[in-house]
Design a protein around this ligand. Structure first.
Ligand code: FAD
Ligand code: NAP
Length: 339
């Protein structure tokens, strides 16, 4: 687009040094269930949204975390399950059908200090920014991995970062399983996995759990859970196809041994994808965007957050989709009031 542009009823006249201006009324950053749900709602409200879906942003394909998994059995409406990629393809198609403009680029910089907000993609960092009246940030989060020797071989062949997502698959039924971590997630995941596994080991690097007292008690009381304190994992081992053991070490006496398990679940925390807005909007100590409870509103008016990027607790496709809907409705109201 060239020169001065009048794009929509919220009239912004932009000039730039290089005579190249683009303005979006509302910009969605991300491509998971939160981003596409926000897009569907905004597009159906005839606020033609622009969605930057990223190009391997944070190492994950457009479509988000669900593209990294197999069957999704807990997203309502699909009793026969479907793959994560198929679900995301369908969401994307629905966004496009109602008029979302999807750009396959990664947003690398955001300036929230003045209105309209400014955005740069990794390809236009030296050029004039794209401007926008409102932003829905739905960049998600990624589970931390330990990058153990053997992890790549057995990833999704016994190793997972989501017990709720993968715990029910047949390879874990009545088999010994392990969870690494000592936080609330680890306790919750271990508890959840006792429904499927014959036994669940919690591998905790310190001599105590970090989890809240109530979660600790539940884990300690569960006869199927054994907590291995002062223990670190050195290697994931298997038959070349599936995981069947972990090499572990007791950090007190330095003794190493093999622990026979058919499943390993990481619960060592998540990293929210908030780097592009670091220092510009309120976050919690782990970097998750703070939203006003029961809404998608952040500390910056016009900047909304949805999905895992603002949710350290539930982190599910359906909760992300739900918050994407909230962000769209909040953004629509904000734009109406601006007009
Ligand atoms: P994400 O899915 O995290 O997607 C965000 C995406 O936005 C990123 O991946 C990237 O592609 C894009 N992006 C990031 N930064 C930028 C940027 N700067 N510019 C442009 N684009 C960007 N949940 C369930 O409910 N059921 C399951 O069975 C299930 N299985 C799972 C299995 C695995 C292996 C994993 C890792 C997660 C699973 N989950 C499951 C959790 C679920 O995937 C997440 O809760 C959900 O995907 C979060 O959605 P989101 O919209 O917040 O963003
Ligand atoms: P977390 O509290 O950060 O705990 C991460 C755990 O992983 C810690 O025990 C940590 O050990 C361990 N860990 C980190 N890096 C490791 C490594 N390299 N090797 C071995 N262990 C490692 O994360 P979380 O459990 O996901 O919880 C995140 C937030 O969500 C918390 O605020 C939590 O309260 C909340 N949450 C709440 C609930 C609930 O209330 N039902 C459920 C889930 C999550 P150290 O302790 O040694 O650092």
């Amino acid at each position: 687009m060239k020169g001065t542009q009048l794009h929509h009823p919220l009239i912004h006249i932009h000039h730039s040094n290089n005579d190249k201006m683009v303005h979006h009324k509302v910009t969605i950053i991300g491509s998971g269930p939160a981003a596409h749900t926000a897009a569907i709602y905004l597009a159906r409200a005839e606020i033609k949204p622009t969605l930057y879906e990223g190009m391997m942003a944070n190492g994950i394909a457009a479509g988000g975390q669900l593209t990294t998994t197999t069957e999704i059995e807990n997203f309502p409406g699909f009793p026969d399950a479907l793959t994560g990629s198929e679900l995301m393809d369908r969401m994307r198609a629905q966004s496009v059908k109602f008029g979302t403009d999807i750009i396959t680029e990664t947003i690398s910089k955001v300036d929230l200090s003045s209105k309209p907000f400014k955005l740069w993609t990794e390809f236009n960092e030296d050029e004039a920014p794209v401007t926008t009246d409102a932003i829905v940030l739905a960049t998600g989060a990624s589970a931390k991995r330990l990058h153990l020797p053997g992890e790549e071989t057995y990833w999704q062949q016994g190793i997972s970062a989501c017990a709720v997502c993968d715990g029910a698959v047949p390879i874990f039924r009545n088999k010994p399983l392990a969870v690494i971590g000592g936080g609330d997630s680890a306790c919750e995941e271990a508890q959840f996995l006792t429904k499927y596994g014959s036994k669940v080991y919690m591998i905790v690097r310190k001599d105590h759990l970090r989890a809240s007292t109530i979660m600790q008690r539940r884990a300690e009381k569960n006869a199927k859970i054994e907590i291995l304190f002062n223990t670190v994992t050195l290697e994931a081992k298997g038959d070349g196809k599936f995981l069947n053991a972990l090499r572990i070490k007791n950090v007190k006496d330095e003794k190493e041994s093999d622990l026979a398990v058919n499943g390993l679940f990481y619960a060592v925390g998540h990293t929210p994808a908030t780097k592009i807005v670091e220092g510009q909007v309120d976050t919690d100590s782990a970097g998750y965007i703070k939203t006003v409870p029961g809404s998608s509103l952040t500390s910056v008016p016009g900047f909304f957050a949805a999905g895992d990027v603002q949710d350290s607790r539930y982190r599910q496709a359906i909760t992300s989709a739900g918050s994407g809907c909230m962000a769209a409705l909040d953004a629509e109201r904000y734009l109406t009031e601006l007009e």
